[in-house]
Design a protein around this ligand. Structure first.
Ligand code: SF4
Length: 218
């Protein structure tokens, strides 16, 4: 009884905002899935359990912010990137350690993924690179937290101008496809790619064919 009520609470409160700009977290994501988000295409509802996992991750972030403030190295937290036409996002924190500024991005994960993490995940590097770009800061820290054991790993990231340019070029190309209703291809290793396993647009992706989206979904 209570379990069902709690699940329903999460389902009733899920945000279903229409997307009109890219988020920094879209960097590295399947372009076809991002396209579907913009088009408000039919998608599977999110599981209440997954929503609780996200919420737990947000609580971990808040605990770290609290420590940063007390250490007096968290200059600002949850800072939106400067406004511009294509992309929005919010960095976890900007720190000042030893007279050097850093963008901090915190990621939480389960013990099994954490244990096997030997290098930062590619999509996390893309995201922090874009924060570095928009804040004009040269160094970033990716802080990974094991949700089950509370262990931490940190990786330093130097700003890479060439990589940022290629990420932004991809966003502009996708914007063009969205405006022209030109459907991006499936991922090369569809449906084995890990993104496909978690994709809310799996059914839509399977059912639409060709390179134009128009009139395929009623
Ligand atoms: S199922 Fe895979 S290829 Fe299709 S939209 Fe989702 S992530 Fe992309």
């Amino acid at each position: 009884m209570l379990k069902e009520l709690i699940d329903q609470f999460y389902l009733d409160n899920q945000k279903n905002r229409e997307q009109t700009r890219f988020y920094i977290t879209d960097a590295g994501k399947c372009p076809r899935a991002v396209f579907f988000k913009f088009k408000n295409a039919p998608k599977a509802p999110m599981d209440a359990r997954i929503m609780r996992i996200f919420e737990h991750g947000e609580n971990i972030h808040r605990s770290i912010f609290n420590v940063l403030y007390r250490l007096k190295i968290g200059v600002v937290t949850e800072i939106p990137i400067p406004s511009q036409e294509i992309i929005s996002g919010r960095a976890d924190a900007i720190l000042c350690v030893g007279n050097e500024n850093y963008v901090l991005d915190i990621k939480s994960m389960n013990s099994m993924i954490f244990r096997n993490l030997m290098a930062p995940k590619e999509e996390n590097v893309y995201q922090i690179q874009l924060y570095l770009h928009y804040f004009n800061i040269k160094k970033g820290i990716l802080l990974y937290i094991d949700k089950d054991q509370q262990s931490m790993k940190e990786f330093f990231v130097d700003y890479d101008e060439v990589l940022c340019k290629s990420l932004l070029d991809k966003f502009y190309a996708l914007k063009d496809q969205i405006e022209k209703d030109s459907l991006p291809a499936r991922l090369d290793d569809y449906p084995r790619n890990w993104q496909c396993s978690y994709c809310q647009f799996k059914d839509t992706c399977k059912s639409v064919e060709g390179d134009t989206y128009k009139n395929q979904i009623s």
